[in-house]
Design a protein around this ligand. Structure first.
Ligand SMILES: [Zn+2]
Ligand SMILES: [Zn+2]
Length: 65
């Protein structure tokens, strides 16, 4: 798994999955919207202003830490 923006590996940088598109992105490339980190401004906008569904499943959380 590597940052989809700069290509850094998870050994180099701390990665997390974009909540919108699920792509991994490092903390340097994160785009923060309302306290949440996204891979891009577009994903942030979509998350808060796009289609709204209330389901909160964190399938990617197993990758965290
Ligand atoms: Zn990056
Ligand atoms: Zn994204």
């Amino acid at each position: 798994m590597e940052c989809k923006s700069c290509g850094a590996s998870e050994e180099e940088k701390r990665l997390q999955a974009c909540p919108t598109c699920r792509k991994p992105v490092c903390t340097d490339c994160l785009y923060t919207v309302q306290g949440k980190g996204f891979c891009s401004a577009g994903c942030g906008m979509w998350f808060f202003h796009g289609e709204s569904d209330d389901e909160e499943d964190f399938e990617e959380s197993s990758e965290h830490d």
